[in-house]
Ligand binder design. Structure first.
Ligand code: DX5
Ligand code: ZN
Length: 216
């Protein structure tokens, strides 16, 4: 499976957001990860659909990570209309996981299902999303340390979902942890502070991509 790096704009400079995104697009990024936080499912508030609308004409695949309670009530529809190509919900955020994933697909988007570090993988034995996101930090903030036990969890996740499902990791990914994640079975890596927190985001993007693909 192709290894993809999805820069998270959570750590970008929002005063020059399009310029920041252009830097990583020029470096080869094809996916932008948009972290949406509601102040309920996770304590902070982050950004809304206006951010997708501001980026949607740039030709990148917008992957929206909904860290919100009950995403099926309105946010799935709202972000699909704002240009999302993939929408990821959390298993912990709703009892209507299956319904929410089908709702995402009904809007023409890829449907992702995320689990927090403390959540068992058993839901993936029952439901097959297009993308399985294994959180490698507890969600809510950028710049946290990668939880080392995630590597073994990624290995177990790959064994459950098989070869076709995209396995994404999110949190604490940098040039050091990227290769470990890919070796364990991850195919898409989110990186926020390790890209947009650096002086040269384009170079940082390439460093992570190289680290991820060489080891693989
Ligand atoms: C965490 C978010 C992540 C975050 C990653 O709640 O879901 O996408 O932006 O940031 P880094 O790469 O800095 O850990
Ligand atoms: Zn995220």
């Amino acid at each position: 499976m192709t290894i993809e790096i999805a820069p998270s704009i959570l750590s970008a400079d929002f005063g020059i957001l399009r310029e920041q995104v252009q830097l990583v697009e020029d470096a080869g990024a094809r996916i932008i990860h948009v972290d949406v936080m509601d102040g309920q499912f996770v304590p902070p508030l982050s950004m809304g659909p206006q951010v997708c609308e501001a980026l949607r004409d740039m030709g990148l695949h917008l992957e929206v990570h909904l860290m919100v309670d009950r995403p099926e009530t309105i946010q799935v529809e709202t972000f699909a209309a704002a240009g999302a190509g993939t929408i990821i919900i959390h298993a912990e955020a709703t009892p209507a996981v299956d319904y929410a994933l089908e709702l995402i697909r009904s809007h023409g988007c890829k449907a992702g299902l995320a689990v927090n570090p403390a959540t068992p993988l058993s839901i993936y034995e029952e439901i097959e999303p297009d993308l399985a996101l294994c959180m490698t930090v507890n969600p809510g903030w950028g710049g946290q340390s990668f939880i080392a036990s995630s590597i073994e969890k990624i290995t177990r996740l790959r064994a459950i979902v098989g070869d076709e499902v995209v396995i994404e990791v999110d949190g604490g990914v940098d040039a050091r942890t990227a290769g470990l994640c890919v070796a364990a079975g991850a195919s898409r890596l989110v990186a926020g502070s390790a890209i947009f927190g650096q002086d040269d985001p384009a170079r940082a993007f390439n460093d992570i991509l190289n680290a991820a693909t060489i080891r693989n």
